[in-house]
Design a protein around this ligand. Structure first.
Ligand SMILES: C[S@@+](CC[C@H](N)C(=O)[O-])C[C@H]1O[C@@H](n2cnc3c(N)ncnc32)[C@H](O)[C@@H]1O
Length: 245
């Protein structure tokens, strides 16, 4: 199992929490910088697809109850707040990331979003509570992916949807370019700018070790979702997995 600090003791979850607490202050800047701001477009796309699914299910947007897991500094939640759903709850294991999310919410005047400390593998919510669960760049960090998926399935209402945005592995020329970028350039940039360069070595390592495409779809169907499909974005650098309960 890929861990951020391979030479140190502690479970993957503890190390992931420590890593995100350490890099929290620079997370937003590095996210936008290293992805050339494309991360904003990726999250916007998730929000658009969520709205389309809500329309198809004939649920008015202002009645939607949404859970954003591994919410971090809250960008996925803020993107969805634009269409004013009934509620958005963001949960994360890293308090420092949540502190920044709360500060941003205050600055944006979006105090209706609730940011809570919580573990995606043991969600502190009753069954069938949410219409949608979203996770942007979070599942790759779970200690127990199957458990995390089954928890997200549990808290969804029947007919609800899970939307997972996650890095995948592009193929062809895009794959070769991406390999060079993520294995050579990214760690170099991280050494120059990051508070904890090991975090940006962990990033490509965890991406290459993580299931994507059909493998991920299979895991989602095995967890009990009745349907699941995915679409690649930016040549397969990321994929969006949409699963219905
Ligand atoms: C790469 S950040 C993504 C943050 C945000 N969703 C975004 O789009 O920028 C991953 C987040 O997952 C959180 N995380 C990792 N494992 C978790 C778990 N088991 N439960 C809750 N959050 C977790 C980390 O603390 C971190 O804030």
């Amino acid at each position: 199992m890929i861990k951020p600090y391979t030479d140190q003791p502690g479970s993957r979850k503890e190390q992931v929490r420590q890593m995100f607490n350490t890099i929290a202050g620079k997370y937003d800047f590095l996210n936008h910088f290293l992805s050339l701001n494309t991360d904003v477009r990726w999250r916007r796309k998730v929000s658009r697809i969520l709205r389309k699914l809500a329309r198809e299910s004939q649920i008015p947007l202002n009645q939607l109850e949404i859970l954003d897991v591994a919410t971090g500094t809250g960008d996925m939640a803020f993107e969805m707040a634009k269409f004013e759903p009934a509620s958005i709850t963001g949960v994360d294991i890293a308090e420092e990331m949540l502190a920044i999310a709360r500060k941003k919410a205050e600055q944006k005047g979006l105090l209706s979003i609730t940011f809570l400390s919580g573990d995606s593998e043991e969600l502190d919510f009753p069954e069938q509570k949410f219409d949608f669960v979203t996770v942007a760049f979070g599942v790759r960090n779970y200690e127990d992916l199957e458990k995390g998926i089954s928890e997200m399935h549990r808290v969804l209402k029947p007919g609800g949807h899970l939307l997972i945005l996650e890095f995948s592995q592009p193929s062809g020329i895009m794959g070769s370019l991406y390999n060079v970028y993520s294995k050579r350039i990214l760690p170099l940039l991280a050494r120059m700018f990051a508070a904890d360069p090991r975090a940006y070595q962990y990033l490509p390592d965890s991406i290459f070790a993580f299931p994507h495409g059909e493998k991920m779809k299979k895991l989602l169907l095995e967890a009990g979702f009745s349907k699941s499909y995915y679409r690649k974005m930016s040549g397969g650098i990321v994929s969006l997995y949409v699963s219905g309960k």
